[in-house]
Design a protein around this ligand. Structure first.
Ligand code: IMP
Ligand code: MG
Length: 176
């Protein structure tokens, strides 16, 4: 049977309300700081589009690509950074934005790559963070988290399973 979305975990109005709150928090946290948002493609495109409209500040928006999943299996993290990042980042306050924190390897790798370009600081924001079982140990944690969710594979609102379901307006589980 082909994969299909299962039950709705976070409906669209809850996502919108949380993003309004995050927008207000970030407006305060970055007041007068002219941040650079570094968005991790492709999963964060819907989140980023809504977030920046809830955050009326002067900012740059840059994109990097990170791929780690092959279907449900996590593989090595491959990062692709555009050359102009090296011109924009030095001396700036960078906020890395991703869709979901699972093992934390993607955010850790992107942070390391961005930190090497000489920013004033690097902080991180994810829409979702999966709760990890206690025995998993230390994980890279984000500075801002939209929602903590149970440790299962989710799709929608930018998140995909093999390229599909990014366009759902809500976050859903993947049907078993
Ligand atoms: P990490 O490196 O294990 O933290 O995984 C982060 C990346 O894996 C995210 O940027 C997502 O693209 C992808 N990912 C992790 N969990 C899920 C999921 O449940 N659904 C869809 N993509 C996921
Ligand atoms: Mg992703």
């Amino acid at each position: 049977m082909p994969a299909a979305p299962g039950r709705v975990l976070i409906p669209a109005p809850r996502i919108a309300a949380r993003i309004r709150d995050l927008g207000a928090e970030l407006t305060e946290a970055y007041a007068g700081r002219d941040p650079v948002l570094v968005a991790i493609m492709k999963g964060c495109v819907l989140f980023l589009a809504d977030l920046v409209r809830a955050w009326p500040a002067t900012m740059d928006i840059e994109f990097v690509t990170a791929r780690s999943y092959r279907g449900r299996e996590a593989g090595p993290v491959e990062i692709t950074m555009p050359a102009e990042l090296a011109e924009v980042v030095p001396g700036r306050s960078v906020l890395i934005v991703d869709d979901i924190l699972d093992t934390g390897r993607t955010l850790a790798e992107v942070c390391r790559a961005v930190a090497a370009l000489g920013p004033e600081e690097v902080r991180t924001l994810v829409l979702l963070a999966k709760q990890r079982p206690d025995e998993v140990g230390e994980r890279f944690e984000a500075d801002w988290v939209g929602f903590e969710i149970e440790d299962r594979f989710v799709v929608g609102y930018g998140l995909d399973f093999r390229g599909r379901f990014r366009n759902l307006p809500h976050i859903a589980t993947l049907a078993d």
